[in-house]
Design a protein around this ligand. Structure first.
Ligand code: DC
Length: 217
């Protein structure tokens, strides 16, 4: 089974790349950020997000998590993402979610010719022996613009758009900082990862670039 590890910053294009590759090659795919987002979302729903015992509640939720039912659309908000990034600093929670990610790979070994995981620590921690590792990044301005476009808000006044962009840039910078400065499995390219900047290329060009690397052409 071929293993592909994709890491990178928020809105860098890593998720779309993972989906496109999975479709192209018929591989199993897991967006590992969804696991952290789901735990964060449950904390918010159960009104435990301001609890002083977040480690206890987040690990309890994580143990019962059925990650096959997760959908990004339900977990997209920046509030959820921010809390996900915060609780992702807990080593105990990471241990539980790491096991679930490894279980996903083992379960799909006989069902698919390959497996793709995307997240923050896939190449460094979850799949250290992956056949291919990619680290995807882009400038903060471009990533914030992509996030704004995803929100699909029509008839935005120029000033409102500027304000929203500024606040997205602020939130994303904070999240990047938290993700890359935590002690356990911080966001960082694996030493053997192909690092790709998507600031000036679109999803199709990225797919082509990565496909060429995988197929050795
Ligand atoms: O990929 P995403 O934006 O959906 O991830 C949300 C948060 O989850 C991210 O800011 C950090 C955390 N995360 C992580 O720590 N490790 C992963 N493998 C995936 C996500």
């Amino acid at each position: 089974m071929i293993e592909i590890a994709i890491d990178g910053t928020a809105a860098s294009g890593k998720g779309t790349l993972a989906k496109n590759l999975a479709k192209k090659y018929g591989f199993a795919h897991l967006d590992t950020g969804l696991l952290y987002r789901k735990v964060a979302d449950e904390l918010i729903i159960k009104k435990k997000d301001t609890s002083s015992n977040l480690v206890y509640y987040s690990t309890k939720i994580a143990r019962d998590l059925n990650f096959l039912e997760l959908k990004k659309e339900d977990l997209r908000s920046e509030k959820t993402a921010k809390l996900a990034s915060f609780i992702a600093t807990y080593p105990k929670l990471r241990e539980i979610l790491n096991l679930k990610q490894k279980e996903f790979v083992i379960k799909n070994k006989t069902k698919f010719p390959g497996c793709i995981l995307d997240g923050r620590d896939i190449g460094t921690k979850i799949l250290p022996n992956a056949d291919f590792k990619f680290f995807i990044d882009a400038s903060i301005d471009i990533r914030a613009k992509r996030r704004l476009l995803e929100k699909n808000i029509s008839f935005l006044q120029e000033n409102d758009e500027k304000c929203m962009l500024q606040s997205l840039i602020r939130e994303m910078k904070e999240r990047d900082k938290l993700d890359s400065s935590r002690i356990t499995s911080p966001l960082a390219p694996a030493v053997d990862a192909y690092v790709i900047d998507t600031s000036f290329i679109d999803a199709d060009e990225l797919l082509l670039k990565v496909t060429k690397i995988i197929e050795g052409i």
